[in-house]
Design a protein around this ligand. Structure first.
Ligand SMILES: [Zn+2]
Length: 119
């Protein structure tokens, strides 16, 4: 008989990561608007699974670029200009917070943080 794979520490680590990720996805799917954002984000970027399974707190650190900018605009109606240094948006439906941090003196990378569980 085959041994159970759950004894392999790498597999159980993967399982933990999968559990963390599906709990993140569930909290987005609870809101139609945020669910639509998530689907769009995953079409543009392939790092959501990593962000969703490695988060340490209630925040996801996502990738910001011009495609993310137009997704946010279409989905939430926020226009975050290229010269913006800081922007906080709140989902009209579930009150999830999205925080954009812009370039400071051209030194820092742009950041985009999204609350996992609103409220
Ligand atoms: Zn929402």
């Amino acid at each position: 008989m085959a041994q159970s794979k759950s004894k392999n520490p790498k597999d159980s680590k993967d399982q933990e990561a999968n559990k963390a990720l599906s709990s993140v996805v569930r909290s987005f799917v609870a809101c139609p608007r945020c669910s639509f954002f998530l689907v769009g984000y995953r079409l543009i970027h392939d790092d959501f699974a990593e962000a969703g399974s490695n988060h340490q707190d209630n925040w996801l650190h996502l990738t910001w670029n011009s495609a993310t900018r137009s997704l946010v605009q279409k989905n939430f109606g926020w226009w975050i200009g290229v010269d913006a240094t800081h922007y906080e948006g709140i989902c009209q439906d579930c009150r999830r917070v999205f925080i954009y941090g812009g370039l400071t003196d051209g030194k820092n990378l742009e950041s985009f943080e999204v609350q996992i569980k609103p409220g």
